[in-house]
Write a protein that binds this ligand. Structure first.
Ligand SMILES: [Zn+2]
Length: 56
């Protein structure tokens, strides 16, 4: 499942997905989900299923 909210690595503000909501259900692995930062309006493209879940 994609995160409904990410933290912007540039400004620390919240980033929200464009065109997707948690109520829409899961996305296919490999789907590119664009996020936009609320504070600096930077766009982040997140590939579903391609994020490192461990190693932090
Ligand atoms: Zn930002």
């Amino acid at each position: 499942m994609p995160d409904p909210e990410l933290t912007c690595v540039d400004c620390g503000g919240p980033c929200y997905p464009l065109g997707w909501f948690p109520s829409d259900g899961e996305l296919e692995p490999g789907t590119i989900l664009p996020y936009r930062c609320r504070d600096c309006l930077d766009r982040w493209d997140i590939v579903i299923g391609d994020e490192p879940e461990t190693g932090y």
